[in-house]
Design a protein. Sequence first.
Length: 174
Amino acid sequence: MATVPVPRTWTVGELLTAAKLNADLRNGLNFLLSGKPLASLAKTTNQSVPNSTFTVVTWNSEIIDRDGGHDNATNNSRYTSQTAGWYRVVAHLVWNANFTAKIRQTNFVRSAAQAYFLTSGFGDADGNNGSSTAVGLIFLSVGDYLEVHGNQASGAALDITAPNTHFDLEWTSS
């Protein structure tokens, strides 16, 4: 769990010391520059998504996970917030080539309860890979988890493909 620094309120005549500068300035800057929660999750294998069924996307590779919110083995579809706050989130799903029903969708679900930022993407007219992306700002309390769900309407199962599919989260503020 990252510790979000609390800005100090200085008083008139207060003595400035190295310890106070380190605690109040250095630690706050370190948090913002390299300590705030940040995760980038990816796939190394394709995942089949049934026709017209929102399906939880699993993530089996961590590019970075500064706050320990993801586990590749247990509940690998989830990023679980260790630090409360607002998170900027992006999920980009790349779909296998398909010539029919080009609808592709991506959304976020927080703690299995509420869908956010449902987006639609479309495959190319020539049947090349399609993609769908969801972007948003979501508040997560400690223990809340966020999942990405994908949906497609091709008439049959269709794969989300590796390696360009990813899920990125960045803590922005409390």
